[in-house]
Design a protein around this ligand. Structure first.
Ligand code: UGA
Length: 431
């Protein structure tokens, strides 16, 4: 099978490289010339464990993966064309901005030569795939294509594993012909007994937003429970554990912290709410989750402000929105650091992967080469992202270099009593 993937962001590149791993020929297309040039020489534009190896294997050894800036060349003999462009939030409202999707649909319509399945993998509001069908259908005969919704559920930091071993594959189709082709595409996973879930196009589109919004709801919920735990002296980690053992609830995504971030949850929660509004449906729970998450930064900041004077030095450990990524989009740690910087605190920071990205946007932080260097002279340490390398820091050594022994462990990666024995004042989240 020959595949073309339009858009070399997370979803497009990881999917392209993993499809090549399945043995398919995949061309990844992007308008961005320098991005494509870098990719041709095996340079991944983002940090993702395993991606460099996969790129190099399929670019150089198997030659199943290639890159191009020409959509017309790449799609001319493709059996499946994936739309994997970004769908950011619009500037002035909460809706998803679909301008890249429309533009790709137009280009496909102008260049399609033989029957292809057009697969939407970008996260798009319900109704988008139908609209794509209209756009292409206005340019070519309906016999030349089918439109399918095949949302992606991969997480940054474990994207390859999520693609190769997903809990399920969702395929929304309008007819048996395209459903059969999609089943064939995912046969390597089907053989590993991955459930392939066939639905209508609209259902598939909603599954994606409902899944992300539900996970965001779990996080928002436990974060508010954490606030109550703090107020009454309970421990949210024990609450989560005991709740999570109940299989109806499940233990995942019940870790309290500084609020969810990243390029998906914040924008998808907003877009889900605003799509429903267009159909006169009030997703009030989703709206509350969004507001609660927005308020979280100020709440967490106030906790720090209450215990540390402004103009103090705060050592921020972790800037990415979660571990194993260099992505700082909507990162709670960065938002918090920036908020406190505006209030007069001096921010010294370290992150194992995200400093390059942070430096471009935040010249109000001081960047250091290690957690220890960043902690030098600190009035308080703030653990904003739970990178593994922060889980076993030598706090005996750190206690000798900080000015004040205070630690805000926003991700609950330490047992407070151990640090208290070294003389630290320890503040976790919800405990
Ligand atoms: C999320 C979903 O998990 C993926 O299934 C989905 O495919 C992806 O969005 C997408 O739509 O493309 P991702 O944004 O990579 O993946 O990150 P998550 O691991 O879901 O974490 C999102 C945020 O929630 C992070 O800021 C993380 O720190 C926070 N989080 C997560 C918590 O605060 N507590 C938790 O228990 C779990």
């Amino acid at each position: 099978m020959k595949l073309a993937l339009v858009g070399t962001g997370y979803v497009g590149l990881v999917s392209g490289a993993c499809f090549a791993e399945f043995g398919y020929q995949a061309v990844c297309i992007d308008k961005d010339v320098s991005r494509i040039e870098n990719l041709k020489s095996g340079k991944c534009p983002f940090y993702e464990p395993g991606m460099d190896n996969l790129l190099s294997k399929h670019l150089k050894d198997t030659k199943l993966l290639s890159f191009s800036t020409s959509l017309s060349d790449a799609i001319s003999d493709a059996d499946l064309i994936f739309i994997t462009v970004g769908t950011p939030s619009k500037r002035l409202d909460d809706e998803a901005d679909l301008k890249y999707v429309w533009s790709v649909a137009n280009e496909i319509g102008k260049n399609i030569k033989k029957y292809s399945v057009i697969v939407t993998k970008s996260t798009v509001p319900v109704g988008t795939s139908k609209e794509i069908k209209k756009i292409i259908g206005n340019l070519v005969s309906d016999d030349l294509f089918d439109v399918v919704s095949n949302p992606e559920f991969l997480r940054e930091g474990s994207a390859i594993d999520d693609f190769m071993r997903p809990d399920r594959v969702v395929v929304g189709t309008e007819n048996k012909k395209s459903e059969k082709i999609m089943k064939e595409l995912y046969r390597p996973l089907y053989l590993k007994e991955t459930p392939v879930f066939s639905t209508s196009v609209e259902t598939a589109e909603i599954i994606k937003y409902a899944s992300n919004s539900f996970l965001a709801t779990k996080i928002g919920f436990i974060n508010e429970v954490a606030d109550l735990c703090e107020a009454v002296g309970a421990n949210v980690q024990d609450v989560s554990k005991a709740m999570g053992i109940d299989q109806r609830i499940g233990s995942k995504f019940l870790n309290a912290g500084p609020g969810y971030g990243g390029s998906c949850f914040p924008k998808d929660v907003k877009a889900f709410f605003s799509t429903a509004k267009k159909f006169d449906v009030d997703l009030s729970i989703i709206n509350a989750v969004h507001k609660s998450n927005q308020n979280r930064i100020e709440k967490v900041a106030n906790k720090i402000i209450n215990f540390v004077d402004n103009k103090s030095v705060l050592s921020f450990l972790g800037l990415s929105f979660k571990p194993n990524t260099d992505d700082i989009r909507e990162s709670s740690s960065i938002k918090l650091a920036n908020y406190l910087s505006q209030k007069g605190y001096k921010i010294n920071c370290f992150d194992p992967a995200a400093m390059k990205n942070a430096k471009i946007k935040f010249d109000n932080f001081n960047y250091y080469n290690s957690a220890y260097e960043a902690c030098n002279n600190a009035d308080a340490i703030v653990i904003g992202t739970e990178w593994n390398e922060f889980r076993a820091l030598n706090f005996y050594e750190i206690s000798k270099i900080v000015k004040m022994k205070k630690i805000f462990d926003l991700r609950n990666i330490y047992d407070g009593s151990e640090l208290e024995r070294l003389g630290f004042e320890y503040y976790g989240t919800g405990k």
